[in-house]
Design a protein around this ligand. Structure first.
Ligand SMILES: *Cc1c(COP(=O)(O)O)cnc(C)c1O
Length: 399
């Protein structure tokens, strides 16, 4: 379970925090972070056990809610997001589930947009609804729509910015103001940006969600998730829900994410530089109708991206002329790129959102969210740009 951490050293830069925060060296003097592969911990006496269980004495108890490797990851991610507390979970989806379990009850409402990770909308629409929690949807970029849709029972505003797969942004500070005016909380899924590019808590958001599976790992090896925020929310409300329900992160995975975080600043800058170059190149291809990337001056929220994010990010999507058939042809011609819906990997991935990540949506929902049949999404990896472009050029020439 999380515990509150000393505030991050503000004199330390992001890269130093990513490498140095969280590891309490043991008497063995190890340099790298150790993996504590143990499900339980022992106490020196019955009285000590009782004090730990009662929360009167800090310390490890049981792997479902206390593990030093997991806690090192929590502390490191909290320092990067400028949060007081962090809770690591088994996956990104279990972070969102834990959030809902800890904060909501029957009769409450969530306000969000259709521009969300597919499973997140499925969780809200198909499962939370069974427990009396309803979800309202508004257009992500329309702040007036958010303000107008607020009801007295709206407890949570939930957003991804930039959104998947259209790379639309919403003004986090403005949305936080709307949430707080109505006694509601703003939650930002910061998976696409990571704290290297955007720190929602500093912009007024109450909680940050992560799928550690993506950029925090960075090499596609393990599933994990996290929630970052204040002690009052994360430690007092969410940690008890996770301790009881049990969707905890394994110490082996926590170790992978700890090592992933060490190179996160370096990788995010490289991903963003590669994506910017690819987006620019795509705008010059005759077969491409439209390119969605917040770093292109033609992006409708280019100015917001410049102020809200340190860099525009590593994901690019584009619309190919000729609908699904043309989009599938581009995808089927690749030899090096990976055809997979995963993202945040050093390997470049390519996917057709309308038939994969958004395939379970109705035609109406896809139309509402602007997921066209010709849309292709690329999570730009770290291979040589000439090879990525050559791989795409084959299919684009055939369109
Ligand atoms: C992948 C993803 C999730 C879910 O994370 P898992 O680790 O796969 O459970 C949530 N939000 C976004 C934006 C994602 O990309």
């Amino acid at each position: 379970m999380t515990s509150s951490f000393p505030p991050p050293d503000d004199r330390q830069g992001l890269a130093s925090r990513a490498i140095r925060t969280g590891h309490q060296r043991t008497p063995e003097g190890e340099h790298a972070e150790p993996i504590f592969a143990t499900s339980s911990f022992v106490f020196s006496s019955a009285a000590e056990a009782a004090a730990r269980f009662a929360g009167e004495q800090p310390g490890n108890i049981y792997g479902r809610f206390t593990n030093p490797t997991v806690q090192a990851f929590e502390q490191r991610l909290a320092a990067l997001e400028s949060g007081e507390a962090c809770l690591a979970t088994a996956s990104g989806m279990s972070a969102i589930l834990t959030l809902c379990l800890g904060l909501l009850q029957a009769g409450d409402r969530i306000l969000t947009s259709r521009s969300l990770f597919g499973s997140t909308t499925q969780l809200f629409d198909n499962y939370l609804s069974r427990f009396g929690i309803q979800t309202d949807y508004v257009e992500l970029t329309d702040l007036n729509a958010w303000a107008t849709a607020m009801r007295p029972t709206t407890r949570l505003l939930f957003v991804e910015t930039p959104s998947n797969p259209l790379m639309q942004l919403v003004d986090i500070r403005a949305l936080a103001d709307i949430a707080h005016t109505h006694n509601s909380l703003l939650v930002v899924d910061n998976c696409f940006c990571t704290p290297v590019l955007q720190q929602p808590l500093r912009l007024g958001a109450d909680l940050v969600i992560h799928s550690a599976t993506k950029y925090l790992d960075g090499q596609g090896r393990a599933l994990g998730g996290a929630i970052v925020g204040s002690v009052a929310l994360v430690q007092d409300k969410l940690a008890p829900a996770m301790r009881t329900a049990g969707p905890c992160m394994s110490p082996f995975n926590a170790w992978i994410f700890l090592k992933g975080l060490e190179t996160l600043p370096l990788r995010m800058r490289a991903h963003a530089a590669a994506a910017a170059e690819l987006a620019q190149w795509l705008t010059q291809q005759p077969a491409v109708e439209q390119v969605n990337y917040p770093g292109l001056p033609g992006h409708p929220q280019y100015a917001l991206a410049q102020t809200q994010q340190a860099l525009p990010g590593g994901i690019v999507s584009f619309v190919v002329r000729g609908g699904r058939e043309a989009a599938w042809r581009v995808i089927d011609q690749v030899r090096m790129l990976s055809i997979t819906a995963n993202l945040g990997d050093v390997k470049t991935t390519i996917t057709h959102p309308a038939s994969t990540t958004h395939g379970r949506w109705t035609d109406e929902q896809r139309a509402e969210a602007g997921i066209e049949e010709g849309l292709v999404r690329i999570a730009v990896g770290l291979e040589d740009m000439t090879d990525i472009q050559a791989d795409l050029a084959t299919g684009l020439r055939l369109v």
